[in-house]
Design a binder for this molecule. Structure first.
Ligand code: TRP
Length: 337
């Protein structure tokens, strides 16, 4: 039996899209905090390459980005011994349970998913069945591991709620089978906004590359992007309403340095952007430097990376296959000899 089934710790599961380069927002808003959970919880993280192909991907790029995300999870502080880190397509139980759950998920439910509606508008020429049933695969990801908590951004909450509904429905028909998971929106963790349009979340899909900081950005790029960050005509450094740009920079600086907003305001009292912006950049550069260096190292050492995701998939598969057998029996499949 896997070690992770013996503990009484609560289980956390989350999936990360292999979109390659993670942003400062992904780091400060999510992954850095996941590293703080690794002792208290039993944590499983999966790079969701199967979800990724619901929109067109370039195969070589998808492969590279999957490895890049895996490397970045490790360099952001997720210890591959303490956490199970794996690639979704390596554990075939995900696809198998997704099919079964598809048969317990209603067309109407899937039609109401806002992400499906958004993505259908954006990919009008490729509204494929996978895009539509995406939430069933995500429910399979979560339910296979009897996950208690699912850390996600607010945009994924609806999908976790659907996973709960499907779990409850299945349990209602066949008796207790799945743990009904809860979305976990950590209290810690900054919401990092775009540097060029601070009313919007920092996102790598923004066409303006100056609007986001990547974990792998070079120091000179980080400095340039912060110097260009949009603020407002008020030259003083303090937070307030209608000051999204400054609020965002103060928030980033406070999160990285561990200072409170008041302390940051006091530190820059009487000073202007010419001092503040480079200070934010410097703090971020130093925060990200070890993460970038470790990622570069891991990507040069693909053998090590492979041992991590190989052992991750083995550990995940032990848990997943146990659940899948249980589910197959409940729905009436003949036991595999
Ligand atoms: N859909 C999630 C996203 O786009 C990624 C994901 C896939 C996920 N499976 C998951 C998140 C399971 C949490 C749990 O961000």
């Amino acid at each position: 039996m896997d070690l992770n089934q013996n503990t009484s710790k609560k289980r956390i599961f989350s999936g990360v899209q292999p979109s390659g380069k993670l942003t400062l927002g992904n780091y400060l808003g999510a992954i850095k905090n996941w590293a703080l959970l690794q002792d208290e919880y039993d944590c499983i993280y999966c790079v969701v390459d199967m979800h990724a192909i619901t929109v067109r991907q370039e195969p070589a790029k998808l492969r590279q980005q999957t490895l890049e995300v895996m490397a970045q999870l490790i360099s952001c502080g997720l210890d591959p011994e303490k956490n199970i880190l794996f690639i979704q397509s390596h554990v075939s139980e995900h696809a198998e349970l997704a099919w079964i759950l598809d048969c317990f998920t209603m067309f109407g439910e899937l039609s109401r998913m806002t992400q499906f509606k958004d993505k259908s508008l954006k990919n009008a020429d490729n509204i494929n069945a996978g895009l539509f049933t995406y939430p069933s695969l995500m429910a399979a990801d979560i339910l296979l591991y009897s996950s208690d908590l699912v850390p996600v951004g607010i945009d994924q909450k609806q999908h976790v709620e659907l996973a709960r509904d499907v779990a409850n429905r299945f349990n209602g028909i066949f008796g207790e089978t799945f743990i009904v998971p809860e979305p976990y929106i950590p209290k810690l963790g900054a919401k990092v906004m775009s540097l060029s349009d601070p009313a919007r979340k920092m996102s790598k899909s923004d066409p303006n590359a100056n609007s986001y900081i990547l974990i792998l950005d070079q120091p000179e790029d980080i400095l340039r992007k912060f110097k260009r960050a949009v603020t407002d005509s008020d030259t003083r450094i303090f937070t307030g309403e209608n000051k999204d740009g400054v609020n965002n920079l103060i928030n980033i600086y406070a999160t990285v340095t561990g200072k409170t907003t008041n302390e940051v305001e006091a530190e820059f009292d009487g000073k202007g952007y010419a001092q503040f912006k480079p200070a934010v950049a410097e703090a971020v550069i130093e925060e990200l430097r070890p993460v970038r260096e470790k990622t570069e190292d891991l990507l040069r050492n693909k053998d090590y990376l492979e041992t991590v995701y190989k052992s991750g998939a083995e550990r995940a598969s032990r848990i997943a296959s146990h659940m899948l057998r249980k589910v197959a029996k409940k729905v009436g499949f003949v036991k595999k000899p």
